[in-house]
Design a protein around this ligand. Structure first.
Ligand code: PNS
Length: 161
């Protein structure tokens, strides 16, 4: 069985992430989307909220499961017996960062964890979770950036602030 992990912060999940999930779910028998529980980062959504958003967005994809992890990705992947990490590449600016992570993971895992890159669909190439948060913080329109049910969840976070 071909299994892969799609790790990330997903704070929040965007349509660009969803596009990668949908495409990767067709390439692998099992895809685990996993939210990094990064205590050092001041996230907008809790890990539980991010997991719930991903679960709702992927409920019609039977071979996709959503989980969270902390610590090193290679340790999590070993525990799950998964040998492929999926990451999206939007532009050349992502490349250096992604190359470093991919090579670090491959080296640290002695080759056990490799990375497959999917180039983001052009319509989502401009999208990032950071820009969604920035637009929402100024009460701008994020309806083309995240699924409909996520729009109000993001807005609510900034109404409280
Ligand atoms: O969505 P992001 O924030 O770009 O995702 C980054 C992520 C989660 C893939 C990366 O930070 C990660 O895997 N962190 C876990 C810690 C780790 O394994 N670090 C070693 C690789 S540099």
């Amino acid at each position: 069985m071909k299994a892969a992990i799609y790790p990330g912060s997903f704070d929040p999940m965007t349509l660009g992430h969803l596009d990668v999930i949908q495409r990767a779910s067709k390439m692998f028998d099992q895809l685990t989307v996993s939210v990094l529980d990064n205590k050092a980062k001041n996230a907008l959504f809790s890990v539980e909220e991010r997991v719930n958003i991903l679960r709702e967005a992927t409920k019609d994809l039977p071979n996709v499961t959503v989980d969270s992890f902390d610590g090193l990705l290679i340790d999590y992947a070993k525990e799950k017996n998964i040998h492929v990490s999926v990451r999206g590449l939007r532009a050349i600016t992502d490349f250096e960062y992604e190359l470093q992570i991919a090579q670090t993971n491959r080296k640290l895992s002695n080759g056990a964890l490799d990375t497959v890159f999917l180039t983001t669909s052009l319509e989502y190439a401009y999208l990032s979770s950071s820009s969604v948060k920035e637009i929402a913080s100024f009460h701008g329109d994020i309806s083309q950036c995240v699924p409909d049910f996520v729009v109000n969840l993001v807005k609510a976070k900034f109404e409280k602030k």
